[in-house]
Design a protein around this ligand. Structure first.
Ligand code: FAD
Ligand code: DLZ
Ligand code: SF4
Length: 513
């Protein structure tokens, strides 16, 4: 009889995952199950499915090499029940363990299912805290208690002190906690950008790619350019490549965008990090070491650490603090259906076509593309948050609900009414023009707001301010655009609203814009 059944989910592929800490290799069995339910609850990008399944298979191989017994269920196993709960029940029936041990999952939906495993199988199920995060959900809830507003900046400072990162005694290194203002340079016309190290698939991954190609042909996105790391060693090599070659410039160009330049100076660590192939504290400490050795400037290293130690943990804290209510939030009453071009990239807006196009071919877009291009458009056009959430969860290789949802509903759509950010990240074409070279080759004129070829972001921006004028007038951080709107002539306001109405109508009717 098996002593313990230890369940490891597809995004829990860390050697030190809580469910395995006291593993008895001689008596316990580790369950990893490829299941259709997890591959289809949204139409995940085929590269995301391939990455998860290939990483699961490599993780199982590494466990077996350590003498561990693994019950590995493949997607094409004829007895596969298609769900995590079904596979746990089947394993319990076959192995008769005395107990199930699992680690808290990254989605509320899966947590609810996991909590039913004990009753469903008739044996105890111990669910352990996921210790891979730097702020536990309890610690975050304690921090959030009694605060009127949750703000990243204060959380981040506490995390810097707690983990002793970039400190000079008790003060922040360099005298400031945050060098955000130095992360906003626009890219010059010629700027060499080092290509990131990528990882061509080995034979095991190629087998997964073939399986995914045959099963998920209808999901949006292509498989041809799959080259994600699927082992801890490769993920480590990818992170080292970033720390050496791109971190020094990460700070200056963190908010910049350029056509046909998908990665800029970004780290590309999110997908392997969220799977468990990298350790967040190790990444932060190694980035700090680059600064201490004089190889990377403070604005770059602080910016990178802020994203991982600050934003990533803050976002996860918000998710668990506010679920399940968070998933229903729609503070701006947005209800426009998601335009088809989100799934195809077929639009005349150069910035949108570029960001969506690379998303479909790479399952990746960097933060400013997600926030200020596709997210900003969804915000301004009033797209339904449920549909937008579903899209972001489906198309990115790094997307799991704990991180995707507060970024989408909160940061991008302001549908949470200001839990994640104190004001909407709304911007007209002028911002996109300043931070990218998209507009120069666009069908639309970024300087025009009301003509037939006027940049859609411009009229939609003012229409967004007008639609929420009363709400925004009461928010000091939105007072300026409201004043700008009110200062316009009636004639100008009428033209802007007419242009926006025709754009919104085109979205409803499926007319190409
Ligand atoms: P870098 O720019 O190199 O940043 C370094 C790391 O910091 C990232 O790998 C990530 O782990 C962390 N990070 C940075 N910003 C955030 C943030 N806002 N929230 C959480 N972690 C952050 N990130 C995901 O990991 N999964 C998602 O599903 C996801 N969905 C998003 C949806 C929207 C609408 C927006 C605006 C952002 C989303 N993000 C998501 C955050 C961010 O865009 C990605 O983490 C980042 O683009 C990943 O690329 P990178 O590894 O090259 O990041
Ligand atoms: C994303 C994903 C996919 C595509 N497939 C599987 C799978 O077959 N088996 C599995 O255990 N996990 C998979 N995952 C990851 C889960 O969806 C993830 O663990 C939950 O969403 C919780 O974060
Ligand atoms: Fe995007 Fe408008 Fe610029 Fe075209 S003109 S690339 S739509 S911001």
């Amino acid at each position: 009889m098996t002593a313990m059944l230890r369940v490891v989910l597809g995004d829990q592929l860390s050697r030190g995952i809580a469910a395995l800490t006291d593993l008895d290799a001689a008596r316990d069995v580790v369950l990893l199950a490829e299941v259709m339910g997890e591959c289809t609850y949204v139409p995940h990008h085929p590269q995301k499915i391939a990455m998860v399944l290939a990483a699961m298979r490599h993780f199982a191989t590494a466990l077996r090499a350590r003498g561990v017994t693994v019950r590995y269920v493949t997607l094409d196993d004829p007895d596969n029940t298609a769900s995590l709960s079904g596979e746990v029940a089947r394993a319990v029936a076959a192995l008769r363990p005395s107990r199930i041990i699992a680690t808290e999952p990254g989605e509320y939906r899966v947590r609810q299912a996991m909590r039913s495993w004990a009753d469903a199988t008739g044996i105890p199920c111990e669910i352990r805290e996921d210790t891979r995060f730097l702020a536990s959900t309890e610690a975050f809830a304690r921090w959030a208690e009694d605060r009127r507003q949750l703000r990243l900046e204060f959380f981040y400072r506490e995390m810097r002190r707690k983990y002793r990162l970039l400190l000079d005694g008790e003060a922040p290194e360099g005298g400031r906690w945050n060098y955000d203002a130095e992360n906003r340079k626009a890219l010059p016309a010629t700027m060499p950008i080092p290509s990131p190290r990528r990882f061509p698939p080995d034979s095991e991954t190629r087998a997964v790619i073939a399986l995914v190609a045959s099963r998920f042909a209808t999901h949006p996105g292509t498989l041809e350019r799959f080259d994600y790391p699927v082992t801890a060693q490769d993920a480590e090599a990818g992170a080292a490549d970033f720390l050496t070659h791109r971190l020094p410039q990460f700070g200056d160009w963190q908010d910049a965008m350029a056509a046909g330049t998908p990665y800029m100076f970004h780290s590309l660590v999110s997908a392997p990090l969220n799977l468990g192939l990298l350790d967040p504290l190790d990444l932060c400490q190694r980035a700090e070491a680059e600064y201490r050795a004089g190889r990377a400037p403070l604005n770059a290293v602080e910016g990178f650490i802020r994203q991982i130690l600050g934003w990533r943990e803050f976002i996860r804290g918000v998710y668990w603090l506010h679920m399940p209510d968070y998933a229903a939030k729609n503070a701006l009453g947005a209800d426009q259906k998601l335009p088809g071009f989100y799934w195809t990239g077929e639009t005349d807006m150069r910035c949108m076509a570029d960001a969506i196009g690379q998303t479909l071919t790479l399952a990746y877009a960097h933060h400013i593309q997600r926030l200020m291009i596709t997210g900003n458009f969804a915000l301004l056009a009033g797209l339904d948050p449920d549909a937008v959430d579903r899209w972001y969860l489906a198309v990115y290789a790094d997307a799991y609900e704990w991180v995707e949802m507060p970024n989408t509903r909160g940061m991008a759509l302001h549908a949470d009414g200001g839990i994640v950010g104190s004001k909407p990240y709304a911007a007209s074409g002028a911002y996109i023009n300043r931070m990218s070279n998209y507009c120069g080759t666009c069908h639309y004129d970024v300087k025009d707001a009301t003509g037939a070829r006027a940049c859609p972001f411009n009229a939609l921006y003012w229409d967004f301010i007008a639609r929420h004028e009363a709400l925004f007038a009461a928010n000091p951080r939105m007072a300026m655009p409201v004043r700008g709107w009110r200062a316009m002539t009636d004639q100008k306001r009428g033209k802007l609203r007419a242009r926006a109405a025709s754009l919104r109508n085109a979205l409803t009717e499926g007319i190409r814009i």
